[in-house]
Ligand binder design. Structure first.
Ligand code: TIU
Length: 222
């Protein structure tokens, strides 16, 4: 067992039953010129998470942890896109439309894919999810179950949307989650703070929060 000095208290994990999950580090969310920026967001707030996440990814790969990547997006024919989601925001250019990096949030398009800095290695599954949460309509739970995973180290974007939803879904399924605060990002600094506070509130209702350096220290000692 390894111990991370986390909030609200120590997070314990076993290398054999722990996976790293990197959520939606897709070009359309984090690269200049993508969908996120076209909506008026400052992508540098998300890009801050890239370097620390890369350090964590390299270290966990070295220790042989199971690594999973997710991407939010839809089938080419949009048959898995709920009308409510398509209409939301009343955007001039929305999901499925031609955006700056190909059709927005459509699988196979350039903008939908993961950024080069955090490309999956051979053997690391990529979960294509149509929702915000990574468990909804995916085989993620089955994969974690087959690998006997019980704890998840979570990185990615955005903290208050896909990260929060996934951590809540994971929590209900019996996984303990440690969210690395410098490895998650939001377009809204106030949401970043609130989303992390919610995860660790009242004894860690949804999980634990730690700096990635503390996690790396624990990993090195394990
Ligand atoms: N990955 C993810 O969080 N998708 C979003 O839609 N995020 C927003 O902040 N909207």
């Amino acid at each position: 067992m390894a111990t991370v000095h986390a909030e609200p208290y120590e997070f314990e994990f076993d290398l054999a039953t722990t996976a790293l999950m990197i959520i939606d580090m897709q070009r359309d969310f984090v690269e200049p010129g993508g969908f996120g920026e076209a909506l008026g967001n400052d992508v540098s707030l998300l890009r801050k998470a890239i370097a620390p996440t890369k350090r964590v990814l390299d270290a966990t790969r070295k220790r042989g942890l199971f690594v999973i990547h997710t991407r939010e997006g839809h089938r080419q024919d949009l048959s898995d896109l709920p009308e409510s989601k398509r209409l939301r925001g009343r955007l001039k250019t929305g999901i499925g439309d031609k955006g700056p990096m190909g059709r927005i949030l459509v699988r196979g398009e350039h903008g939908h894919d993961l950024i080069d800095e955090l490309k999956p290695a051979a053997g690391e599954p990529v979960v294509d999810k149509p929702g915000k949460g990574a468990f909804h309509a995916t085989d993620l739970d089955a994969m974690l179950h087959h690998r006997r995973v019980r704890q998840l180290i979570v990185c990615g974007v955005t903290t208050e949307v896909c990260v929060n939803t996934t951590v809540r879904e994971a929590n209900d399924r019996g996984y303990d989650c440690l969210v690395l605060e410098d490895c998650v990002g939001s377009y809204f600094p106030e949401f970043q703070v609130a989303a992390l506070a919610m995860i660790k509130a009242q004894g860690g209702i949804f999980g634990w929060v730690s700096d990635s350096t503390r996690f790396l220290e624990a990993l090195n000692k394990a």
